[in-house]
Design a protein around this ligand. Sequence first.
Ligand code: ADP
Length: 327
Amino acid sequence: MEEQKKIKKIGVLTSGGDAPGMNAAIRAVVRTGRYFDLNVIGIRKGYNGLINGEIKEMYSRDVSNVMNLGGTILHTARCPEMMTTEGLDKAAAIYKILSLDALIVIGGDGSYRGMAELAKRGVNCVGIPATIDLDMNNTEYTIGFDTAVNTGMDALNKLRDTSSSHERCSVVEVMGRDAGYIAVWCGMVGGAEDVMFPEEKDTIDSKEVIQQILANRSTGKRHNLIVVAEGVGGTQKLAKDIQEITGIQTRATILGHLQRGGSPTATDRMHASMMGYYAVKALLEGRENIVIAYNKGQYEVLDLFEALDMKKSLDKEIYDVVKILSI
Ligand code: ADP
């Protein structure tokens, strides 16, 4: 039987879109690694830093006071070179030159696809799911989602105050280019009357939304709140149409990258800390090419390639309930 390779040196990077809680995950990886006497190498700016050798050894004190910070202390970037054979070969070669025994990647779906390519070139990859959009197929939780939804909820609360005072309609665009998780959650917890999200993009009818607004006004509602996901688009036009057709003063607000930042919530810090710990633990137990997931209330270690083949879809029932509760 082949003897299990002992893990001595690991690299960690954050990749793709940043998400609040990434720092808590970095902290957990560094400190768990150090606790078990591993050398931990921080790689800056995602896969770019691997290809360009932008690295630095990390110790416990390097991750002091970072748990509460949004963004990522290792910085992140998109790395087009990873889409080329030369780039991938170079990344794998640097991994070997650095004598790394594993590479921990904290990122979203795209970053995971990059890991799969590196794994085919002999890099032992471990994924920690981090994206505000929650759109990863193998896990019910992704780091950053809770903070993004809370930021959205906070904005909706404030807009509700002013639209209520002025008896206006507020159309709020939240993040989510391809996935409606943020929109539907913000719609629910912000008490919106309707939510427009990318999964239903083709069947959305703004006339129905306008009818709903008028129906609610006729039962005494004095202000309206509509949530639109970024990927649906046309937020300004919808606000204009509502105002023109109903005569109700309507304002569009685009939250944009506001939702990417901010101090992570307790939920994000908890998941990030546990996932960082499990990533290192799984490596020490001899697992290779894996991702950490959270499903049905449990942390899981899944095979990277199987994880990439998994499917998940938005629970439309949440949307149905938003509508029921909006009358
Ligand atoms: P996220 O990880 O947040 O989904 P991206 O989709 O931008 O963000 O992916 C982050 C990086 O992962 C990309 O800039 C690229 O370097 C790498 N990547 C994405 N898709 C692939 C792929 N198919 N092959 C190799 N690398 C990829």
